[in-house]
Unconditional design. Structure first.
Length: 278
């Protein structure tokens, strides 16, 4: 597969992918329906768009850089035009997990999602240190799923994903069902909620007279060592007795009993996915 069509090329994510694909060996055909998106793509990358009909006729793989809630609708509008053996690559697992994809057995459905640059990294250049999202200067890992299609298409599609998410370190192969455990459940339901709670707590400390910058510096610095210990990055690392006591006293005050099991119940994950694509 050497020719890829990028649909939604003028959107925020589409522009990111287009910029990386332009550095690869793939021939990329850019499709964007909105004049604003076409102008954005041209302004930020210097790249032009082609018609959707031309792109689909030539493409070996089609990348859908469109919102999750529109993937099923957009794909259904042109799936009959795809050549047999075409790979359709999505950037999120919500739509395939929810059964939103049109039925066609002679094409491939593949999902690739970025892990984003890890907190613990070896970046030394400032551009990489400040690339919090990834896909520009900072290295990141990705997760991939062959939702439907021949086994030989897995590596082909992973290679395309490595190109548009570059620079990439590890690529983890998961099932589509495993991907929705990672997002939304792990990264958003848990991770994003905890991140907001940390920001709220920092503001609460400032509201009680602590200079905000002092509170932020104090918490972010402590989080480095706390996370390093929690995730086993410090050989023999152990939290202090006072810290362990604080955790023991705080957990019943902050968390409802059974909260973790509830979040990862299949019914809870399915409900969250349905909310995303609704």
């Amino acid at each position: 597969m050497t020719t890829v069509a990028l649909l939604g090329a003028g959107g925020k994510m589409g522009v990111r992918l287009a910029a990386n694909l332009a550095k690869s060996d793939y021939e990329t055909l850019h499709v964007e329906v909105s004049p604003q998106g076409q102008a954005r793509l041209k302004e930020e990358t210097g790249l032009d768009c082609v018609s959707q009909a031309e792109a689909l006729e030539k493409a070996d793989a089609v990348i859908l850089a469109v919102p999750d809630r529109l993937i099923g609708k957009v794909l259904s509008s042109f799936v009959s035009e795809l050549k047999p053996g075409t790979a359709v690559i999505m950037l999120d697992a919500a739509a395939p997990y929810a059964g939103e994809l049109p039925k066609r057995e002679d094409i491939t459905y593949f999902v690739a999602h970025p892990c984003h640059p890890p907190l613990f990294n070896d970046e030394t250049e400032m551009a990489a240190k400040q690339d919090y999202f990834g896909g520009v200067a900072a290295k990141q890992h990705i997760i991939c799923s062959l939702d439907q299609g021949p086994e030989e298409h897995y590596q082909i599609c992973e290679d395309i994903a490595r190109a548009f998410y570059a620079p990439v370190m590890r690529a983890h192969r998961c099932t589509t069902a495993q991907m929705v455990v990672l997002e939304p459940a792990l990264s958003e339901t848990v991770g994003a909620t905890f991140a907001k709670a940390l920001a709220d707590a920092t503001k609460a400390a400032a509201d009680r007279g602590v200079p905000y910058q002092a509170a932020e510096d104090f918490l972010l610095g402590h989080l480095t060592i706390l996370l390093a210990v929690a995730f086993g990055r410090v050989p023999g690392g152990r939290l202090s007795d006072a810290c362990l006591l604080a955790i023991e006293e705080a957990e019943p005050m902050i968390f409802k009993e059974g909260w973790l099991e509830k979040i990862f119940e299949p019914e809870s994950i399915s409900a969250s996915v349905k909310s995303i694509i609704r």
